[in-house]
Design a protein around this ligand. Sequence first.
Ligand code: PLP
Length: 396
Amino acid sequence: MVSKKMEPLLQNNSAIRMMFEEGNRLAAKYGRENVFDFSLGNPSVPSPACVNQAIRDVLDEEDSLFVHGYMSNAGYEDVREAVAESLNRRYGTNFGVGNVLMTVGAASGLNVILKTILDPEDEVIVFAPYFVEYGSYVRNYDGKLVVIAPDTETFQPNLEEFEKAITPRTKAVIINTPNNPTGVIYSADTLRALAAILEKKQQEYGGSIVLISDEPYRELCYDGAVVPFVTKFYRNTVICYSYSKSLSLPGERIGYLVIPDEMDDSRQVFQAATISNRVLGCVNAPSLMQRVIKRCVDAEVDVAAYDRNRNLLYNGLLECGFSCIKPEGAFYLFVKSPAEDEKEFCEVCKQYNVLVVPGSSFACPGYVRIAYCVSYEQIERSLPAFRKIAAHYHLG
Ligand code: PLP
């Protein structure tokens, strides 16, 4: 009954399901407070107060038929304008209502833009380690995922390999900065070099290559780090943004695409993306959340809370002898596995009630992802367990 295309997804899903069930099994046996689940990227810092207030205000102040009604498939014009103006204020850009398309989160934004531009067998380049769903999204439109091996020194994209991987079938490149799972921010130098390669290859092959910048973690950065704004480096950039992490609203499903005027066939791409939003069945981004975004367009979660978690866990792990690049953004640590097979390391962690995700889930074996979007207390309580795991491997 189930389609051939769905069969591998069914199998993969059971692995994630098993991790979830393992967490529940351990919690039932040892008590929830003694199980240290670092597997999920679910925000642990509440939405800013203005978000809940805006939900109330929208319901109190705006017409009910309007708030719960259909609107343009690209979203409310006043909301799109507010988003454009906020970006212009913060990044010195020049976007308008015609550049912003409201989406059902980043997952949907990525699907919308991939549906808009991909023909079967078109190639989409990603840099390992990468958010595993990219593969599924590209396959949704019969595209081919091309994976560039990681540079495990810096976790910046490996540009030498990248240049060699571009072919006349390359239609898009997806980058994600700050990065899930490494927390690395792609530097301005990296983006400049990446853009130069793309420009050169566009000229060589005579087509357009779209750089899709997936940015759900854009505002989550630490120690004054700056996330360079990608449209400034390369004309054919589409920004894919989400409020899931920046306003802690993952269940509400709200984000946007930016399709700049400077892009090739910009108007046509925008219109086609609006139609993609409709025919993919999203129709439009959630109306109530769009109204809320208009009122909270510059709001941010308490990033300092994630920063405290980051420092506690990073320093704690280093003291035990683990090695890990210090994340500049997002809320993940990507730790080198002390065992050659990181899945074996995950199993050992489990024996100490610590749940982490193997790097092979991000096409980067030999590492594990630890999501520190948990309570500070969970990290404090988990440190003795990490010390025991380190002793198990004779680290430190
Ligand atoms: N892209 C990356 C890199 C992510 O980490 C996530 C979620 O964790 C998404 C996209 C999907 O985000 P959304 O909830 O907006 O669909």
